[in-house]
Design a protein around this ligand. Structure first.
Ligand code: MLZ
Length: 265
């Protein structure tokens, strides 16, 4: 009987606020995901972004697609929103006068690419153009504030969307810190990143929001609090298993990098 994570309770418990919707480069109502597993589309190769490749939908999760580049291995899957500008219907590249490229790490001899391309597209189920949604406009300016809560993709485990807190703000960038984790997963990103979502996103898209972690070292945190008493942020973590919240104090000075911590992967 695992406790279900609930944002309303959690925001109260942590005495924090959700980052406002207009801070994010996400549509107010998440786009519908009409794609089906097996459909093909064009995608920018994440490891070689100037290349447009053929990708196959390997999985569907909320408003995102799990994609694999045709001719690539199964170790480099990536996830894209259905309103990402990184994906487009098959034929788009050619229409623009471009050429489809083999993915980085194409498993066959490069000379076999033209034939491979013909074969992979022959009889393929191509995702209809109407399934691709327009990318929302960039929010300007950066309106995130330290302490605001959000949902964010764990870039080390990109299938996961987790509760997070803005740990720092610098120009157009924000520091995304993952609640209940030591800092090993935290990252800086642009405020218009497609990897960050408003509180409630997963419940709207039907994606699974991970519960906060529970491995914050209290000893280490208390030591930190003593060294920086004015910057204490109360963070109460809730174990996914137990109902009793474990209050964990943790302070972080804005502008500092990753705090020392165990690297749980
Ligand atoms: N396999 C890892 C997943 C950690 C996810 C953290 N997300 C912020 C673990 O369970 O340690």
């Amino acid at each position: 009987k695992s406790e279900q994570f609930n944002w309303d309770d959690y925001l109260k418990e942590t005495e924090s606020v959700a980052a406002p919707l207009h801070c994010f480069r996400q549509s107010r109502v998440p786009p519908t995901n009409d794609f089906k597993v097996g459909m093909k589309l064009e995608a920018h190769d994440p490891r070689n972004v100037t290349s447009v490749c053929i990708a196959t939908v390997i999985g569907i999760t909320g408003a995102r697609l799990r994609l694999r580049l045709d001719g690539s291995d199964n170790k480099n899957d990536f996830w894209r929103l259905v309103d990402s500008s990184d994906i487009q219907p098959i034929g788009t590249c050619e229409k623009k006068g471009g050429m489809l490229q083999p993915p980085l790490g194409f498993q066959m001899n490069a000379s076999s690419w033209p034939m491979f391309l013909l074969r992979t597209l022959n009889g393929a189920e191509m995702a209809p153009a109407a399934f691709f949604k327009k990318e929302p406009p960039k929010p300007v300016p950066n309106c995130f504030k330290v302490g605001m809560k959000l949902e964010a993709i764990d870039r080390k485990n990109p299938y996961l969307i987790c509760p997070a807190t803005i740990g720092d703000v610098k120009g157009d960038e924000v520091f995304v810190t993952f609640d209940g984790w030591s800092g090993a997963f935290d990252y800086w990103c642009r405020c218009d990143s497609r990897d960050i979502f408003p509180v409630g996103w997963c419940s709207l898209t039907g994606d699974t929001l991970q519960p906060p972690g529970n491995n914050v070292s209290i000893t280490k945190s208390s030591a930190k609090i003593q060294s920086s008493p004015s910057k204490v942020t109360r963070r109460s973590m809730q174990s996914p298993q137990k109902s009793a919240p474990v209050p964990a104090q943790r302070g972080r000075k804005p502008g500092r990098g990753k705090p020392p911590g165990q690297s749980a992967v």
